[in-house]
Design a protein. Structure first.
Length: 222
């Protein structure tokens, strides 16, 4: 499965956009001391750059071994955070902060970046730095990881919808009302809650787009 020839280029561009937005979110949250998910934003910056180079060889500037050295420990770190969260039962900390999916994403990156195998992404997507020699492919694992990504997309979309409904019914009116928009346009003080909601939605859409691109790449390897 290779898909249309323009799709890898489109996805690579989208990954760069997500990486840039995540980097901007890191800077803005630090400058304005706004609540954020720095670990998630940093992961999206790295994953966006890595996936863009994997999808489009001209964007590959970092050796595969270097990315493996990044995402291997990252998978272990997020897995440890997920275990700690489970033990301490802090899952209600944030509807967007869940280390377990990020651990799986990092593990999927390690799988895709591992020395290539026949029929892998080097064949399906002409990835940079992928040789044709290597161990046999494991389509079952690629399929399991891609199904997880699809499930993560549905879960994130459900959380996004639920958060929107909660915000809309919280005071009998939407969070970003006409008064809020008018205040922002006129240069008055911004509604912090509305900004936080917009930031959460942007982060959710980034997670959905990145998971979708990863699912496509994993299915191409299966």
């Amino acid at each position: 499965m290779t898909g249309p020839p323009w799709l890898p280029v489109f996805l690579a561009t989208l990954m760069l956009v997500i990486a840039a937005c995540s980097a901007g979110s890191l800077v803005i949250s630090r400058l304005h001391r706004q609540p954020s998910e720095p670990a998630t934003d940093m992961l999206h910056v790295l994953m966006g750059l890595a996936m863009a180079g994997m999808l489009e060889s001209r964007l590959s500037a970092v050796p595969r071994a270097a990315w493996l050295a990044v995402f291997g420990p990252a998978a272990a770190w997020f897995a440890w955070q997920a275990i700690r969260e489970r033990v301490r039962q802090h899952s209600a900390q944030s509807c967007w902060t869940h280390p377990a999916p990020h651990a799986v994403e990092c593990a999927a990156m390690v799988y895709m970046l591992w020395p290539a195998r026949p029929g892998g992404l080097d064949h399906a997507l002409a990835m940079a730095g992928m040789s044709s020699a290597g161990p046999s492919p494991n389509p079952a694992l690629a399929l399991v990881l891609s199904l997880f990504m699809l499930g993560y997309i549905l879960w994130t979309a459900d959380q996004l919808t639920a958060a929107k409904l909660r915000g809309t019914t919280a005071a009998g009116k939407p969070l970003a009302s006409a008064t809020t928009v008018a205040t922002a346009v006129s240069g008055g003080p911004a509604d912090a809650s509305a900004i936080a909601v917009l930031a959460s939605r942007a982060a959710a859409f980034s997670k959905i787009a990145m998971a979708a691109a990863m699912a496509y790449m994993l299915i191409a390897m299966a």
